[in-house]
Design a protein around this ligand. Structure first.
Ligand code: AHG
Ligand code: MN
Ligand code: MN
Length: 342
């Protein structure tokens, strides 16, 4: 019988940290804080069918979307864990209009700021479909005290780390500190994340496309052309591709990373900047995609190079294996150049 040595998330990040003698362990503690909150949120999600927690909370978030109880719960748990951990001096969350700046005994120590979507894909909760949490970690720019808006309005190229948790048929934490992407699966019996997907890379032969085709009539011509391209018969390029769309970005991205595919959330004639939020949805997955050998773009520009102007700004997202994203960019340039300025 062969036995494989289990490596836990904590062992993995401590080992990585020991490769950098100058590191003081702050990022290690920050990732641990996120993992702890994720386990608590995971427990609540698993119990959602049992307890009376489903349904609308009755308040709208700042995007005007109705919040579910679990959105609120997850937001509170992550804020609590990050505040208590002391390594983070400010948070931008999908669920809060303004940044949350920590003015407490820890704020002198916290060197990092976090942008987070505490619960992604919340419309899928009631249907027992995979949902997620997605986060970006930056080093603060301000010198001391509570973190500032400026600390959070940094382009993705400044990211120190990013990742997501997927609450699915199993729960996984996938993250990168800029040295590849690693995935950890939660063993629910002991509550420990174990390394299950080392060095994740997009596979060579990718043939999935993920897009909400219900919005087709509002799509830019370049995207209509790309959908047509995906559906054409050409065995040399493995077409027609397969269409898969969950409606939780984290889950769609995760599946595409493992199986090979592109995720598209275009700007439309109604909403030229699309739906997804640059700071805490697009940037973290863009960082992971690049680390996994892929690419992320708004159709014209590298996602990570977009200069954020506001906390909740939206941006189109085309993300996946390089060749697939480049094909979208070529068609956008050819057929929808007017979208570049939007
Ligand atoms: P959230 O639940 O955080 O508001 O995010 C939902 C997002 C994203 O997860 C998903 O990809 C997208 O909404 C789906 O939008 P459509 O229903 O327009 O396809
Ligand atoms: Mn989301
Ligand atoms: Mn959300």
């Amino acid at each position: 019988m062969t036995t494989r040595r289990i490596k836990t998330l904590t062992q993995f990040i401590v080992e990585r940290q020991s490769q950098y003698p100058q590191a003081k362990g702050a990022l290690t503690r920050l990732l641990n804080d996120l993992a702890t909150a994720a386990k608590i949120v995971n427990r609540e999600i698993n119990a959602a069918g049992l307890v009376d927690i489903l349904g609308y909370e009755g308040t709208d978030n700042i995007q005007g979307e109705s919040q579910k109880k679990l959105d609120v719960y997850a937001n509170e748990r992550f804020i609590e864990a990050l505040k208590g951990g002391g390594e983070c001096c400010a948070i931008a969350s999908e669920e809060n209009e303004k940044i949350i700046s920590f003015q407490n005994e820890f704020s002198e120590r916290g060197k990092y700021v976090i942008a987070i979507d505490p619960l992604d894909g919340s419309s899928n909760i009631e249907a027992n479909v995979s949902i997620g949490t997605v986060f970006s970690i930056y080093r603060r720019i301000s010198e001391a005290g509570g973190g500032t808006l400026e600390d959070l309005l940094q382009p993705g190229v400044n990211l120190v780390a990013a990742g997501y948790i997927i609450y699915g048929s199993s729960t996984m934490l996938v993250y990168s500190t800029g040295k590849g992407v690693n995935g950890f699966t939660l063993d629910p019996s002991v509550g420990i994340f174990c390394l299950s997907h080392p060095d994740m890379r997009y596979p060579e032969n990718s043939q999935i496309y993920s897009i909400n085709e219900g919005n087709y009539i509002y799509f830019p011509e370049g995207i209509k052309q790309y959908i047509k391209y995906c559906q054409e018969d050409d065995s040399s390029t493995l077409r027609p591709y397969t269409s898969r769309y969950i409606g939780s970005m984290v889950a769609d991205f995760h599946r595409n990373l493992i199986k090979g595919g592109i995720f598209l959330y275009p700007g439309t004639t109604k909403h030229p900047k699309g739906k997804l939020r640059l700071l805490y949805e697009n940037n973290p997955v863009a960082f992971l995609a690049e680390q996994a050998g892929g690419k992320s773009s708004d159709g014209f520009r590298r996602t990570l190079e977009i200069e954020p102007k506001t906390l909740h700004q939206r941006s189109p997202l085309y993300i996946g294996p390089k060749a697939m994203v480049e094909k979208v960019e070529a068609l956008m340039r050819e057929f929808s150049p007017e979208f570049e300025k939007q």
